[in-house]
Every structure is written in structure tokens, then in C-alpha cells.
Design a protein around this ligand. Structure first.
Ligand SMILES: [Zn+2]
Length: 86
């Protein structure tokens, strides 16, 4: 297993669809919590929304499979590991 950051972006007008897409989708991320700019107070109304998940998966494809299809096309998958910061 490896660690990946899933970085999904959508336009403000797509927000409700990005959340509705989870209905009926089986994923270990469901009913969990994520860091997101969606609904953040003080955010510019036209600012793109971003949601981040940190997941453990066998590979990048498996990590992306945790998200519904509506989200995957606009999601960057980054393989990460802890490193010491000098
Ligand atoms: Zn949003």
C-alpha cells in the first residue's frame, strides 16, 4: 500500500453535483470527512472549489477508484510519503 493525496477541483456551480455524485457509490471515503474549500466563509463566489483526501491504496488507479466518476476526471492523484524537512 502507498499513500496518495486526491486533489479534486470543481467550479462553484458544480458543487452540488460533486456531492450528489456520492449517493449510491460504495467507497471507504463515504460518510468520512475531508478538507475542502467548499462553503468556506469569506471565499470569493467565483473561486474554484478544491477537496483533498489522503488515502492508502495499492496504486494511483485504485486511489482514484475511491471517488465517483463525476469527480475523477478533475482529480489529481499525487503519490506522497513523509520526508524530513531541514
Ligand atoms: Zn464545492
Amino acid at each position: 500500500m502507498a499513500t496518495y493525496i486526491l486533489c479534486h477541483r470543481h467550479e462553484p456551480a458544480e458543487c452540488r453535483f460533486a456531492f450528489a455524485a456520492w449517493r449510491g457509490f460504495d467507497s471507504p471515503l463515504r460518510h468520512g470527512r475531508a478538507l475542502a474549500s467548499c462553503g468556506r466563509n469569506g471565499q470569493a463566489a467565483d473561486a474554484r472549489h478544491t477537496i483533498f483526501w489522503t488515502v492508502e491504496a495499492a496504486d494511483a488507479s485504485a486511489a482514484l477508484g475511491y471517488l465517483p466518476a463525476y469527480l475523477t476526471s478533475r482529480t489529481e492523484v499525487v503519490h506522497v510519503a513523509e520526508v524530513p524537512i531541514p
